[in-house]
Design a protein around this ligand. Structure first.
Ligand code: FAD
Ligand code: NAP
Length: 331
């Protein structure tokens, strides 16, 4: 176990924030013992810090999982059941699966962060979501250290949502995630420009899809090592069909996608229409290639980013009467 007092909390936004105590544990038993030690103190569990915005230091204990390893629980001609430690780097897990011939997560290549957070965030990209492959989630209650297993339906997964982001927010440490992947590769290419990227590729394998997605992402998204960011800052709003049809009269070019409960409108388009693409407010800015991403211009504070987020949301509300909400977890 690693313990550090007044330790910086790593986050891809590059915002300076410290934890009163930062602890990385390596097993469920270590975590259970630690929870007894720190009873009464505020707790915050982090992963790789790629979806966090700190507006102040955390006056409590920041927990990080050092639980690693990928175990094959079952494998047959059709599927493989894999149990991964929450502290595994997500993209290392994807790379490992692709190399072993287990498919289903290749469209989620290069998403920053760790395995534990994949189950909290229900990460998604290019038409695939973590919920499509998660069989169950193993967790420890931060209140009393008890172990609990959540099967997929317990997790209440929805677009970028889960029970761990809603009703049980901050109440469990995820220690392992069990995924069911396929041994028969079924490519999922009907999203964005994956097909165009694969043009000329003779055999479309999971590795070829992974490579194509990595290329697309590297060309579109800012690299947090170069420019602090947390990916898409906002979720795409889903509006009632009547409201969409009304909007379409005024904006015939409005991009849209059918969703279960209405029509999804890319938040990046709404923000761009409000003139925010590439614009700064103080030390934070809206990215110049993808308006859904807010970036740190160098030495921004969390409050700078929050002020920008509030200004963007207010303009979108005023112009379109649509509420856009942050996907990023704000502390
Ligand atoms: P953190 O940001 O550290 O934490 C996220 C949340 O999970 C917090 O609420 C935290 O409390 C909780 N948490 C983390 N680990 C645990 C655990 N073990 N137990 C309990 N709670 C935990 N997201 C997408 O969905 N799709 C994308 O395509 C995508 N692209 C991105 C691109 C860039 C450049 C960046 C910077 C981010 C992107 N993201 C994307 C957002 C981010 O990568 C994901 O949300 C990711 O799952 C966060 O993982 P993390 O380990 O960094 O978690
Ligand atoms: P894009 O392809 O420019 O598309 C813009 C938006 O339109 C996306 O947000 C996407 O919604 C939606 N969209 C596009 N094609 C769609 C389809 N066929 N069906 C339904 N919705 C569609 O997006 P991008 O910014 O380059 O990102 C590509 C993928 O990576 C997206 O899935 C995006 O969510 C994901 N991504 C996520 C983050 C994050 O931090 N959460 C960061 C970067 C990229 P969805 O977002 O609902 O898919």
């Amino acid at each position: 176990m690693k313990r550090h007092e007044f330790h910086p909390i790593y986050n891809t936004f590059g915002i300076a924030a410290k934890a009163r105590l930062f602890v990385e544990y390596d097993s469920e038993a270590e975590l259970q013992a630690l929870l007894k030690d720190v009873a009464g103190l505020p707790l915050l569990h982090v992963g790789g810090g790629s979806n966090l915005l700190f507006t102040k230091d955390f006056d409590g204990v920041v927990l990080h999982s050092g639980i690693r390893g990928i175990e094959v629980l079952e494998e047959n001609d059709e599927t493989a059941l894999l149990r991964a430690g929450a502290g595994e780097v997500w993209d290392d897990f994807v790379a490992h699966c692709v190399a072993q011939g287990w498919s289903g997560v290749e469209n989620l290549s290069l998403i920053p962060g760790e395995v534990g957070a994949s189950a909290v965030q229900n990460i998604g990209a290019y038409g695939v979501e973590a919920k499509d492959v998660i069989e169950r989630v193993e967790a420890v209650s931060l209140a009393d250290g008890t172990l609990r297993t959540f099967v997929n339906s317990d997790c209440r997964y929805a677009y970028r949502q889960s029970i761990f982001k809603q009703e049980l927010r901050g109440q469990y440490a995820i220690t392992h995630v069990v995924y069911r992947l396929s041994r028969q590769f079924v490519p999922q290419l009907d999203y964005g420009n994956i097909r165009a990227q694969l043009e000329g590729v003779e055999q479309v394998t999971a590795q070829a899809v992974r490579d194509a997605i990595i290329r697309i992402r590297q060309s579109k998204l800012p690299d947090p090592q170069v420019q602090g960011n947390a990916g898409s800052f906002f979720m795409n709003p889903v509006v009632p069909r009547e409201q969409f049809e009304q909007l379409q009269k005024d904006y015939p070019q409005i991009p849209h996608y059918d969703a279960a409960n209405g029509v999804k409108i890319p938040a990046g388009w709404l923000i761009e229409q409000c003139g925010w693409k590439g614009k700064s407010l103080g030390r934070a800015a809206v990215h110049d290639r993808q308006a859904l991403v807010l970036v740190n211009n160098g030495d921004a504070t969390g409050s700078d980013v929050l002020a920008l987020s509030n200004a963007v949301c207010a303009d979108v509300k005023e112009r379109f009467n649509i509420d856009i909400r942050p996907e990023v977890n704000i502390f």
